[in-house]
Design a protein around this ligand. Structure first.
Ligand SMILES: Nc1ncnc2c1ncn2[C@@H]1O[C@H](COP(=O)(O)O)[C@@H](OP(=O)(O)O)[C@H]1O
Ligand SMILES: [Mg+2]
Length: 255
């Protein structure tokens, strides 16, 4: 089975989750806090249910790792060649602060690489998807999808970075880039802005988990960009520890 044949189903499942999430976003929702003090709402859990059940229906044999589901033990996970990596809502803080900049993220990982990804921003009515070797696409609020590609090298870099987690190390890295403009984007939309040519580089000298980055990483890679560790290695998935190392995402001209 070619994984790209599953893409229409994955987009449909993400759209279904998006509709439910938007409904909750537009209502009076309660915010709870997880053990690590990160926020969670009914939207994270409702989206998780729709996505996990949907993926099980279309591909019963492919295991799932999700931010909001209990994780299989490493002894089991380490044998997985292919799996789904899901963040039902990335940017929960943006969700609770009602900035609109939160996303639904579904990726397929094969041999440690994100080979397919779907990212939907329900409140912005934007969707991105990408498949290794088959390009990347954006569907805008009119419902029309178009091919997207990273920008070419330019004189003044457009830097996109986390506003909620902009720490000293990231600031120091950005300062060394010299003349630049700043592009604002929450959650995994930062990768998507590079993929569609609206930003050039996203330095993340701080923690993220594999599910935060995988789907948008797949979109960016399919659009001609890269995500690398500070050692210049490609960012890999399916690690024993789900925390990512620090990374830089950019158009391929940079890395
Ligand atoms: N200390 C930490 N450890 C792990 N992940 C962290 C973290 N601080 C932030 N993140 C991740 O960064 C994401 C938000 O990034 P940003 O601020 O750039 O939008 C969060 O996603 P969630 O909203 O899915 O929890 C969270 O997973
Ligand atoms: Mg997340």
């Amino acid at each position: 089975m070619r994984y790209s044949s599953l893409l229409p189903d994955v987009i449909r499942i993400a759209d279904e989750a998006s509709e439910k999430v938007l409904h909750i976003y537009q209502s009076e929702f309660k915010v709870h806090f997880k053990e690590d003090n990160s926020p969670i709402t009914a939207a994270d859990l409702a989206a998780n249910d729709i996505i996990v059940q949907g993926l099980r229906r279309v591909a019963r044999d492919i295991p799932i790792v999700s931010e909001e589901s209990a994780e299989a033990p490493w002894e089991e996970r380490k044998h997985w060649r292919r799996f789904w990596l899901v963040d039902p809502i990335d940017g929960t803080k943006d969700f609770t602060q009602r900035t609109g900049e939160f996303t639904i993220n579904i990726a397929m990982i094969e041999d440690g690489e994100p080979v397919m990804g779907v990212v939907i921003a329900p409140a912005l009515k934007e969707a991105y998807w990408g498949v290794k070797g088959e390009g990347a696409y954006k569907r805008d609020r009119t419902g029309k999808a178009r091919h997207i590609r990273v920008a070419e090298l330019r004189d003044s870099l457009r830097v996109v970075a986390s506003k909620n987690h902009l720490n000293e190390d990231t600031r120091a890295f950005i300062a060394k880039l010299g003349s630049h403009e700043t592009v604002q984007a929450g959650s995994s939309l930062k990768f998507c802005r590079i993929a569609e040519g609206h930003a050039d580089i996203y330095p993340r000298m701080g923690p993220t988990c594999e599910w935060d980055t995988a789907a948008a990483h797949a979109v960016l890679a399919a659009a001609g960009g890269k995500v690398q560790t500070l050692e210049g290695e490609p960012l890999k998935y399916g690690k024993e520890n789900v925390l990512n190392p620090w990374f830089i995402a950019a158009g391929s001209w940079y890395l």
